[in-house]
Design a protein around this ligand. Sequence first.
Ligand code: C2E
Ligand code: MG
Ligand code: MG
Ligand code: MG
Length: 276
Amino acid sequence: SAKRQLDSHAAFYSKSLKDITMKRIAMEEALRKAIKAREFELFLQPIIDMRSGGIVKAEALIRWRDKSNKLISPDEFIPIAELCGLIIPIGHWVIEQAGNMLKLLHSYNDQLTLSVNLSPKQLNDEHLLDAFTATINKTGIDASKVELEITEGVLIDNFERVERHIRQLRKLGIRISIDDFGTGYSSLRYLQRLSVDTVKIDRSFVHDLSDNENDKAIVLAVIAIAKSLGLEVIAEGVETKAQRHFLMDNACFIAQGYLFGRPVPVDDFCQLLSCE
Ligand code: C2E
Ligand code: MG
Ligand code: MG
Ligand code: MG
């Protein structure tokens, strides 16, 4: 009967919901332990000026190396860390590490900028500014060589507070970048209202550049908007020479992607720098 069918549907859904909840609770518990045991690492991916081929920035990308030495991608644990609030202590760890790392990188190339990803929750955190101030004071790094990558999604809730925090961070000299640009909402309004330094074109638009006319148009439009607002523009996810060619032809010179290098542990990154 229809009723029985409904019941079995309900049972099905509640079972899978229960599974999801159990998985989340287990992950949360594991994350708590991982924070205590300091099981995280920051990998670095080069960002290139395609005119010279030189590394101009590095993006810090978190990895979790669990007990069995398996590397877990941020896409698997950052969303859960955000939901349960553990992103705050993880984020503080990232900020501290990033400061030390930048100091090390500057011993190879003192012009290098380090990009650090921030989650929505972190931009609401009242202690965010203190964390950066402490790291800058402790390491003596130049704040203008730190860039924070925030996704548009961040900006939706609590716009006032986020705007205030961004303003305070920029007062310290820190640069602000809009990550995955074009995938969120109202991006133009945010660009107009917030003072940002950089936009990163999301890799989904770069991916099909050579055979998708729409993506071509979007990439060209983002480049044009960035230029006219005086912002730096970075293309993400550049994997092919054809993509590099298209971008350079259209005056987008700063890029990141597997064509130039994957995210690597800091020692390997320093190796890259010492070969430049
Ligand atoms: P994102 O900030 O957009 O980072 C870029 C992602 O694209 C990275 O994945 C990078 O490995 C990948 N990527 C770079 N070049 C290419 C390419 O040519 N082709 C393809 N297919 N992929 C490329 P990853 O490291 O898995 O990071 C995923 C996301 O996790 C990041 O996206 C970022 O939003 C988040 N994340 C990473 N580290 C942190 C962190 O410390 N804190 C926070 N809050 N989020 C982080
Ligand atoms: Mg990023
Ligand atoms: Mg990105
Ligand atoms: Mg992206």
